[in-house]
Ligand binder design. Structure first.
Ligand code: PAF
Length: 282
């Protein structure tokens, strides 16, 4: 096990980063903790691309539109740190809310257009404003050369890339494949709140996406949406949305195109889960 270091203040993290070799590449993976094997796989990927690896663990309150969801979000810092140590020497940044948002903090304003209003944006008011603010603040603190984001949060990835382009931020965004359980269920910190039975039922999300992919060569998007709505309707999950969208604009499409993307969100009990899949080749 390598010695990872944990920093709770911006100054201490910056001091550590400044003591690194000037030529070293910093790879950054922002997280909200409750780390699982999917995160670990991603941290290993960061190690392949960077000399200095920074992982932040911060449950960002400003991106939760539902206070109950924020309260119930799984937290286990010590377990997270122990898991990260198994990957190598990681600089762990685990700030407090006050450290991230001091009274002098000035909120970043960015009009995301449709990217911020469809799907997650429609159901989680203010969510992406919170994400954009926290990620921009973390980028200012860490100044990474590369930043890694999981593709499970497909819309978040599009939003972050948009922010980076809009502000010409000097960071390369590296999208990372979705890590799945053997059952097909997308790995997520929220899975920690699912019982074994819930997990079995939640598999309908990935199954539906796979069915949608198979049907993409057979039926138009509208018909595929209808079929998937029916399948989820017969399950115990409560569907929030199933959309087939343009891979860049994230607007709903009525005809297949290269890289057509399906995105889904549903409640399994009181746990909100999301997943997505590329349905057609680029
Ligand atoms: O994807 C997440 O875990 C969060 O949205 C992020 C990017 C760490 C910002 O809080």
């Amino acid at each position: 096990m390598a010695d990872s270091e944990v920093f709770t203040s911006v100054d201490s993290l910056r001091e550590a980063l400044q003591s690194e070799n000037n030529d070293s590449k910093t790879g950054f993976f922002p997280t909200m903790g409750a780390l699982h094997h999917g995160h670990l796989a991603l941290v290993k990927k960061v190690f392949e691309h960077a000399d200095v690896v920074v992982v932040s663990i911060f449950v960002n309150p400003t991106q939760f539109n539902n206070p109950d969801d924020l309260k119930k979000y799984p937290r286990n810092l010590q377990k997270d740190i122990d898991l990260l140590k198994t990957a190598g020497k990681v600089l762990v940044f685990a700030p407090t809310v006050e450290e991230m948002y001091p009274s002098s903090y000035k909120e970043l304003e960015l009009d995301l257009g449709a990217l911020g209003t469809v799907m997650e944006g429609k159901f989680r008011d203010g969510h992406f404003n919170g994400v954009v603010n926290v990620v921009n603040r973390l980028f200012e603190i860490v100044e990474p050369d590369l930043a890694f984001f999981g593709m499970k949060d497909f819309q978040q990835l599009a939003v972050i890339q948009f922010m980076v382009n809009q502000f010409s931020l000097p960071v390369e965004i590296v999208p990372c494949e979705i890590i799945r359980e053997e059952s097909g269920l997308a790995s997520s910190s929220r899975n920690a709140r699912l019982s074994e039975k819930d997990k079995e039922e939640a598999v309908v999300l990935s199954t539906s996406l796979r069915i949608a992919k198979e049907l993409s060569g057979v039926f138009p998007p509208i018909k595929v949406k209808e079929i998937i709505n029916e399948i989820i309707g017969r399950s115990s999950l409560e569907l929030e949305y199933f959309e087939i969208v343009h891979p860049k604009t994230l607007l709903s499409i009525s005809e297949w195109m290269p890289g057509s993307q399906a995105c889904i969100a549903a409640y399994c009990g009181d746990v909100r889960l999301i997943d997505n899949m590329q349905l057609t080749e680029f």
